[in-house]
Design a binder for this molecule. Structure first.
Ligand SMILES: [Zn+2]
Length: 398
C-alpha cells in the first residue's frame, strides 16, 4: 500500500471560477492570519493552543466586519489552511532545534495574492463525488472533472489548485494497492550525468533530453514580451500566461521522460543502485541551470515511488564511493580524472573503460556490498507520504 496523489484537470464555469478564486483568497488570508497570530503570541510570551488560534482566525474572525467575507467560502478550506500554518510553523521550529532532516528552514512565508500557484484543501466530509462524475465543492458547486484515468480508491482529501497558466486541477489523496512485478534476477547500477542522463552498468546510454534548453529561445522571447507590457495591463497578464504555459510544457516533458525511464528500470531490474548526489550543492554552481533542467532529484523520487509500487528495490550509495576513479574490472584506484576524460585504460589490468559505464559498474558493486552488510534488515521501506506529482494523470506515464 502507498498513499499517492492522483491529479485531474477541472473545467470550472465562469461563476465557479469566481467562487474558486474567492476560496483561494480566503484560505490564503486565514493562513497568513494564523501565522501572524502565532508570531504575535510568541513575541509576548503568550501560550495559545492550536484550537484557540484556529477559532481566533476562523470562527471569531468571521464575526468581525473586516473578515465577515470568510463566511462566504467553505469552512473546511479555512480550517485546513490554519492547519497548514501550524505545520509550517512546527517544521520551522523543528528545523531550528535541529530535529528536522535536510536544509535549514526559514520562517514560513506569508502567501501572497500574486503567488503563481493558489490552492485550498478539503477533507473527506466536505467534498463529494457525484454519480455523474462531478466534484462537489461547498459554496462553489459541482465541478466538471476530466477523468483521464479512474481513481483506484475513494480519496481521503482533495486539494484544488490553480496553476500559473490559469488551469485548475483537483489532486486527490488515495491509498493505492501495490502492483508487484514478477521477480527478475537482474540488478543494475546507474550513473547520472549531464551529457548523458544516465549510463547503466550494462552499458546502456540514455540521452539527456534537456527540455528547458530546447525551449529556451521561445521562453526568452515570451519573457521579453512580458517586460514590454505595462504593469497591471490585460496584455501583460496574457503575455505572462504564455510564459507559464511554456514552463508547463517544459515540466511535462521532463516529468514524462522521468516516469518512462523509471518504469523501464523497475520493469527490467529487481534492484536499482544509484549514487546519492549532492544535488543542492551542484545546483549552486555554474551548472545550476543544467542541473535543474535534468531534474535528478525528481527522477530519484519517482524511481523510488515506482519501485515501492512494483516491489522493486532502490539502493542509494553513499557519496564517498570514488566511482569514477576505481577500475571496475580489477579494483585498482587510478586517481581523479578531469571530466573531459571520457575513456581511459586501466594501467593495472589494461581494460579500456567508458568513464560512465565504469562508474555505473562501481555503483552496482558498492550497492551490492552495502546490501550484503545490511542483510537481515528490512530493505523495503514502509508506506511514505504522498509527494507532489508522484502519480500522474496522463495515461501511459505511470
Ligand atoms: Zn583495472
Amino acid at each position: 500500500m502507498a498513499i499517492v496523489r492522483y491529479r485531474y484537470r477541472l473545467d470550472p464555469g465562469p461563476g465557479q471560477r469566481q467562487m474558486l478564486a474567492r476560496t483561494f483568497g480566503c484560505a490564503r488570508v486565514v493562513f497568513n492570519d494564523a501565522l501572524r497570530c502565532r508570531a504575535d503570541a510568541h513575541r509576548v510570551g503568550e501560550r495559545l493552543s492550536d484550537s484557540a488560534i484556529q477559532s481566533r482566525v476562523t470562527a471569531q474572525a468571521k464575526r468581525t466586519p473586516e473578515r465577515a467575507w470568510l463566511a462566504e467560502v467553505s469552512a473546511t478550506a479555512l480550517v485546513q489552511a490554519c492547519g497548514d500554518a501550524r505545520l509550517a510553523y512546527a517544521n520551522w521550529f523543528a528545523s531550528l532545534a535541529g530535529r528536522r532532516k535536510g536544509r535549514r528552514l526559514g520562517h514560513p512565508h506569508p502567501r501572497r495574492r500574486k503567488d503563481r500557484r493558489q490552492s485550498f484543501r478539503l477533507t473527506r466530509q466536505s467534498f463529494a463525488l457525484r454519480p455523474n462524475g462531478r466534484l462537489s465543492v461547498p459554496k462553489v458547486g459541482d465541478l466538471r472533472v476530466r477523468w483521464s484515468r479512474p481513481l483506484p480508491a475513494p480519496p481521503s482529501s482533495v486539494t484544488v489548485i490553480r496553476e500559473a497558466d490559469g488551469r485548475t486541477y483537483a489532486s486527490f489523496v488515495v491509498e493505492r494497492a501495490d502492483v508487484p512485478f514478477a521477480p527478475v534476477p537482474t540488478e543494475v547500477g546507474i550513473d547520472l550525468g549531464l551529457e548523458r542522463f544516465c549510463t547503466t552498468s550494462a552499458g546502456t546510454v540514455v540521452a539527456n533530453p534537456r527540455p528547458l534548453r530546447k525551449r529556451a529561445r521561445t521562453l526568452a522571447a515570451a519573457q521579453r514580451v512580458v517586460c514590454r507590457r505595462h504593469t497591471g495591463s490585460r496584455r501583460r497578464e496574457r503575455a505572462r500566461r504564455r510564459v507559464a504555459v511554456c514552463h508547463r510544457r517544459v515540466r511535462e516533458a521532463r516529468s514524462d521522460f522521468h516516469h518512462k525511464l523509471a518504469l523501464d528500470l523497475c520493469r527490467e531490474n529487481q534492484v536499482v543502485h544509484v549514487e546519492d548526489l549532492a544535488i543542492v550543492g551542484l545546483a549552486r554552481t555554474r551548472l545550476a541551470r543544467s542541473v535543474h533542467d535534468v531534474g535528478w532529484g525528481a527522477f530519484l523520487r519517482i524511481l523510488e515511488a515506482k519501485a515501492h509500487h512494483h516491489h522493486r528495490t532502490v539502493v542509494r550509495i553513499g557519496r564517498f564511493v570514488p566511482s569514477s576513479q576505481l577500475c571496475s574490472a580489477c579494483g585498482r584506484r587510478d586517481g581523479p580524472k578531469p571530466l573531459s576524460v571520457r575513456q581511459w585504460t586501466c594501467p593495472g589490468c589494461g581494460t579500456t573503460h567508458d568513464r560512465d559505464a565504469n562508474a555505473a559498474r562501481n555503483i552496482l558493486a558498492a550497492g551490492q556490498a552495502e546490501r550484503q552488510n545490511a542483510r537481515g534488515a528490512d530493505v523495503r521501506p514502509g508506506p511514505r507520504p504522498a509527494a507532489r506529482g508522484e502519480a500522474r494523470t496522463r495515461r501511459g506515464a505511470a
